[in-house]
Design a protein around this ligand. Structure first.
Ligand SMILES: Cc1cc2nc3c(=O)[nH]c(=O)nc-3n(C[C@H](O)[C@H](O)[C@H](O)COP(=O)(O)OP(=O)(O)OC[C@H]3O[C@@H](n4cnc5c(N)ncnc54)[C@H](O)[C@@H]3O)c2cc1C
Ligand SMILES: Cc1cc2nc3c(=O)[nH]c(=O)nc-3n(C[C@H](O)[C@H](O)[C@H](O)COP(=O)(O)O)c2cc1C
Length: 763
């Protein structure tokens, strides 16, 4: 095969090597515009795992590369005058120039023709005389642009600015992050050793800080001198060096996130950064490039023809690339939003930094550095008031809201049961909530309990509008208090335009087949084409519903609930006031967000006035309507959080969606947690996270990173009322309260879970 590699970076060179290793008869030329030793940048990082793949492909080049590795195990974070070090991270670094020289040498040995200082004007031209053109022409790939109609690239230029510098100062004991506060804002460095006497020193900051420093108009030398001043105390008098001499003017960059719908066209295939980029902060660009090279070489030899090989290559690599890109996106967004976290205690800040890509879980950190993690856990427990010597996972830390003290951070999220009769809870509810309270969660939140018959979603919804409701709820609350140490929260709501619907397991969110009752909402809207139009509430209606909330809160107080939650999410009445999708009012309750929040806040104040002062109130919101800027977006949710906080709401329960049938949510693990994170860290308000959180590891990492104060799990508690106790047994955590009659089962479970010490008291 006659092959042209356009670009002599890691992708182009390693592909050439990999092809020659599989068949020495290939005729391969690498075209590179630069000279052999003329390369931008300083060092690159590999993880151990990456290197196993590379070693298996070509032990010879792997050994040569390994011989030049600098190794380090620790990550050090300088922040607010402290240097916090954690270990077990296992990285190696090499000079980019050295890596390329070794790959060039290996390619030459195998008979690859290397043509330096040769600019390729068009891949299309090469494609006429070569069987295969591999476009490995990097981040700013000209080929990607030349065939844009086929590759359909999407380039997302990110917000932060960075510059890739080097220094002779030693950073050989740890991969080092340095965060410095300056008169122009925060600026930070990512520093790591890559050979005996040189370290990479990438400086990064927000666009605003970059502007204020005037970096855009500085020469490279001026940038270096300015950065030396900022980071003087870490540089030991060593200068910062640039080797971007080939770039005119400023060497600062904005990271382009590249995705392409297709990677091949005719006999041209994209590889490495040309096809997809991964942010430098997870150090995987070179890995991606080299692994894609191996994959392509494999398929060109296993498949009957080039189109089949291209198809397999895209299939196999795209998932891997997307996984890495997703981790890289989390990481780059963390750095873009880092100012949100710069109030955190150094321990929590460090944890947040280490888990930013969401690839490293809580238990994975324990494997890396048990002592460090236990130190962080002890810090968390101390802060939670658990006592000085407690080392436990964060989910087992207590939490205090007003006078209510929760034994742990797990919440049974509210879930409608549709089993009430005329609004009255039944034995179903006693058994259901009783079981969940026995199951170990610190707080059990009951389903949306409606303030009037017409405020129910379905005929099966519970209420607090009749004396018998209060009696029935009191029986449940009394059971929970007598038999468990869980607390119980009452969620109060009104269905608005989503009312008069069928039970959850019938046709969900569809109107009743018969017996519909009139519904009201902020405006005269209908939930769907099948639903009746709601009556737009007038002042009298608003007063009436406010009084119903107050009466229900009084009943909840007499029933003995420990906490109240006002349901302002999911498109129900109060949510319909907040979102502009359903609030079309022209009075002081419509228009601006302040106006749209007015009625929900009126309800809150009225309820707060009758709810016992020692007991907390939360408000559940939909932090994202998932319809873009037509609806509520996360930045509005921060403003909502701020208003709730100012009103005296104790904690914000941050849900999302269910406000519009046009919503296009982006699902995934913990997909709503970023909204809780944002509200908590931008307003300082306590939050609850919810949504596809199902592993203890998720709960622990959310809490430890300061992304929420409490974590709600809904569906996992339908499948397993004992979710918390089971998690504790699996993790070997002691001290959670089991019901006395179940001690024998508890002891067996701990034994079977491998936490054999029979330290538990039992019958
Ligand atoms: C600040 C920073 C830090 C990074 N740190 C790391 C790290 O720690 N670990 C890691 O793995 N990755 C890191 N990367 C990413 C890594 O450098 C790239 O992902 C990797 O180099 C991609 O390899 P490539 O072969 O696809 O592209 P490149 O290395 O960019 O190679 C493309 C080559 O094509 C040549 N070329 C382009 N157009 C033409 C043309 N028309 N004619 C001839 N030649 C042409 C270019 O001169 C270049 O040599 C970092 C990137 C940046 C910006
Ligand atoms: C059967 C069911 C009923 C629900 N009912 C309510 C409810 O009454 N009030 C509420 O705020 N959320 C309700 N939700 C939403 C959950 O509280 C939670 O926000 C959502 O299920 C996402 O969490 P999960 O991924 O842990 O299930 C309900 C969810 C389910 C599955």
């Amino acid at each position: 095969m006659k092959i042209a590699c356009l670009g002599g970076g890691p992708a182009g060179l390693y592909f050439a090597i990999s092809m020659k290793l599989r068949d020495a008869a290939h005729d391969i030329t690498v075209f590179e515009r630069n000279r052999p030793d003329d390369t931008f940048g300083w060092g690159v990082v590999f993880s151990e795992e990456t290197f196993d793949n590379i070693t298996a492909n070509d032990p010879v080049s792997a050994a040569a590369i390994r011989a030049h590795f600098s190794y380090w195990d620790d990550i050090a974070v300088h922040y607010r005058g402290q240097r916090i070090v954690s270990g077990g991270h296992g990285f190696s670094g090499i000079a980019r120039k050295q890596l390329l020289l070794l790959l060039q040498q290996r390619a030459r040995e195998l008979g690859v023709v290397l043509r330096f200082e040769t600019e390729v004007a068009s891949a299309a031209e090469l494609a006429k005389t070569y069987d295969l053109v591999v476009a490995a022409d990097g981040l700013n790939s000209r080929t990607r642009g030349e065939f844009a109609q086929f590759f359909k690239p999407a380039v997302d230029t990110r917000k932060n600015k960075f510059v890739w510098l080097g220094t002779r100062q030693k950073f050989d004991d740890a991969f080092t992050f340095i965060f410095e506060e300056t008169e122009h804002g925060w600026i930070w460095a990512h520093a790591y050793q890559f050979d005996a006497d040189t370290a990479t020193f990438i400086v990064e900051c927000s666009e605003a800080t970059w502007q204020k420093f005037g970096f855009g108009t500085m020469s490279q030398a001026e940038t270096n001198r300015t950065c030396e001043g900022i980071f003087a105390k870490y540089l030991g008098g060593h200068p910062l060096m640039s080797n971007a001499g080939h770039i005119r003017g400023s060497a600062w960059l904005s990271f382009p996130r590249v995705l392409c719908e297709k990677w091949s066209h005719d006999n041209i295939v994209l590889m490495g950064d040309a096809a997809a980029t991964a942010h430098f902060s997870i150090g995987s660009g070179t890995k991606l490039a080299m692994e894609s090279a191996v994959s392509m070489a494999n398929y060109l030899h296993s498949e009957p023809n080039m189109p089949a090989a291209f198809a397999k290559y895209e299939d196999a690599r795209r998932t891997e690339v997307l996984k890495l890109q997703s981790a890289a996106r989390n990481s780059l967004e963390w750095f873009e939003d880092v100012e949100r976290y710069l109030h955190l205690d150094p321990v929590q800040f460090n944890y947040s930094l280490l888990t930013r890509s969401q690839r490293i879980s809580h238990e994975n950190l324990r494997l890396r550095d048990k002592n460090w993690l236990e130190g962080a856990e002890a810090w968390f427990q101390r802060l939670a008031g658990a006592g000085d010597n407690t080392i436990k996972r964060p989910m087992f830390a207590p939490f205090q809201l007003r006078d209510m003290r929760l034994k742990n951070r797990v919440v049974v999220s509210p879930m409608a049961q549709y089993k009430a009769i005329d609004g009255c809870p039944t034995d179903w509810h006693l058994v259901h909530y009783g079981e969940r309270a026995k199951g170990g969660a610190g707080l059990v939140c009951i389903e949306m309990t409606c303030v009037s018959p017409e405020g129910r979603i379905t005929p099966g919804c519970t209420g607090l509008y009749a004396p018998e409701h209060e009696v029935a709820w009191k029986r449940i609350v009394d059971f929970v208090h007598a038999e468990t140490d869980a607390k119980i929260c009452c969620q109060l709501g009104h269905s608005g335009a989503k009312g008069s619907s069928q039970l959850g397991w019938e046709e969900m969110d569809e109107p009743l087949k018969s017996g519909n009752w009139p519904v009201m909402s902020a405006s005269a809207t209908a939930w769907s084409d099948h639903h009746q139009r709601a009556h737009a509430m007038n002042r009298a209606d608003m007063d009436k519903v406010r009084d119903q909330f107050v009466a229900a809160a009084e009943m909840a107080a007499r029933s003995g609930f420990d906490m109240l939650e006002i349901h302002c999410a999911h498109g129900y009445l109060l949510s319909a006031f907040i979102t502009p999708l359903t609030n079309k009012r022209t009075d002081e309750y419509g228009g601006s967000l302040e106006n749209r929040m007015r009625y929900p806040l009126e309800i809150f104040h009225a309820v707060r006035a009758v709810w016992p002062a020692e007991k907390p109130i939360s408000v559940r919101i939909s932090a994202n309507d998932w319809v873009g800027d037509q609806g509520i977006e996360p930045r509005d949710a921060v403003a909502i959080g701020r208003m709730l906080q100012e009103a005296g709401v104790d904690i914000c329960d941050v849900s999302a969606g269910q406000t519009s049938l046009d919503a296009r949510p982006v699902y995934g693990r913990m997909f709503q947690t970023p909204f809780s994170d944002r509200i908590r860290n931008e307003t300082g308000m306590a939050t609850m996270a919810v949504g596809n959180i199902f592993e203890p590891d998720h709960v622990n990492s959310i809490l430890m990173a300061g992304r929420a104060d409490l974590v709600c799990l809904a569906r996992p508690h339908l499948a397993d009322p004992y979710w918390t106790l089971h998690a504790a047994a699996r993790l070997g955590e002691r001290g959670e309260t089991w019901p006395q009659p179940y001690y024998a089962g508890r002891d067996q479970l701990y034994r079977l879970s491998g936490s054999a010490e029979p330290v538990l008291t039992g019958v």
